[in-house]
Design a protein around this ligand. Sequence first.
Ligand SMILES: CC(C)(COP(=O)(O)OP(=O)(O)OC[C@H]1O[C@@H](n2cnc3c(N)ncnc32)[C@H](O)[C@@H]1O)[C@@H](O)C(=O)NCCC(=O)NCCS
Ligand SMILES: Nc1ncnc2c1ncn2[C@@H]1O[C@H](COP(=O)(O)OP(=O)(O)OP(=O)(O)O)[C@@H](O)[C@H]1O
Length: 301
Amino acid sequence: MRLPVAMHYTERRRRQRRQQAFCRELARMALRSLHQELTLYPKPGLVSPVDKGSHDDMDASTFMRSLFSLRRYFSDIATAGMAGASFTELKRLGIEAEQRMLRATGGINTHRGAIFCLGMLSASIACCRGQEMMLSPQAIRATLLIRWGDALTGHTNSKGGREEPASHGLRVAARHAVGGAREEGALGFPSVFEIALPQLQATLAAGRDWHCAKTDALFALMAHVSDTNVYHRGGAAGAALVQQRSRDFLAQGGTSDGAWQARAEAIHHEFVEHRLSPGGAADLLAAACLIHAACGGELAA
Ligand SMILES: CC(C)(COP(=O)(O)OP(=O)(O)OC[C@H]1O[C@@H](n2cnc3c(N)ncnc32)[C@H](O)[C@@H]1O)[C@@H](O)C(=O)NCCC(=O)NCCS
Ligand SMILES: Nc1ncnc2c1ncn2[C@@H]1O[C@H](COP(=O)(O)OP(=O)(O)OP(=O)(O)O)[C@@H](O)[C@H]1O
């Protein structure tokens, strides 16, 4: 039986409202995930509410200003992803968000990697939802690769649409042959899905709390990721130090070891001494929190 036209219209409006509400909720989750990363301490070399880590141009309040500037972005990129927008459209939203972030922070790069990583993942989560798929890490990753995988591979070699000649990431990629954020994206964020998420889940399954889960996941990321921020500041020797300390921390049981807090704090101070900052790993931790939350997990306080 055919429904009257007015009913079709009402049903369509309802569906549209539900989808808009989902995109707004997803944007809140993305911001909460970034906030979850920011508030974690000890966190080697990184900015937290306790100190500025290896940075002298930014602190937690710079990150908070940056976070507020991204509210609209995450909801816009989710809406675009739900509608199956092209990568060109997503990239335009990403570049605008970078510009808003830089205005909010007085030119300091607080969230460039996160805008890319959590932005693409938000688009993918919303795209799954738009097609009424069950939200799972597998579905989100497959959707990202099917929809935007080719374009993300193309992006690996482009200048990213910005005006400057080459970013730190591109210079590091050329000099040290490391992939960085662009390669992560082109491969469907393997460090999020294969390293950070399983580690979050393993620590929680072992009965430890969310704070421990985030800490173990961050160390697992630092042990595996080729972080262009680390190479930019510390070269190959800095990258080797970050990986070695992180592997040692995990080999001693991570947060299952009674003295983990003191050990993590000692590594934090050592990274600060060397001016090392694993910002890529920090972004990927926030991204893993977002996938965890989008698939029904709790983001504990
Ligand atoms: C892809 C991006 C991150 C550019 O990265 P690039 O390699 O040029 O390096 P840049 O030094 O500018 O920033 C890299 C940032 O990525 C993060 N990062 C570093 N290493 C890694 C890694 N291995 N994995 C994930 N993130 C990483 C860091 O936080 C760092 O700040 C992005 O800034 C970009 O291209 N922006 C243009 C807008 C765009 O195209 N957006 C796409 C859709 S949202
Ligand atoms: N808690 C955090 N502390 C520090 N950096 C973080 C944190 N979370 C994420 N990051 C990432 O680290 C990057 C900042 O690193 P950095 O200041 O080295 O970048 P830069 O401005 O490109 O380099 P530089 O300051 O050496 O010229 C940001 O792009 C951000 O994505």
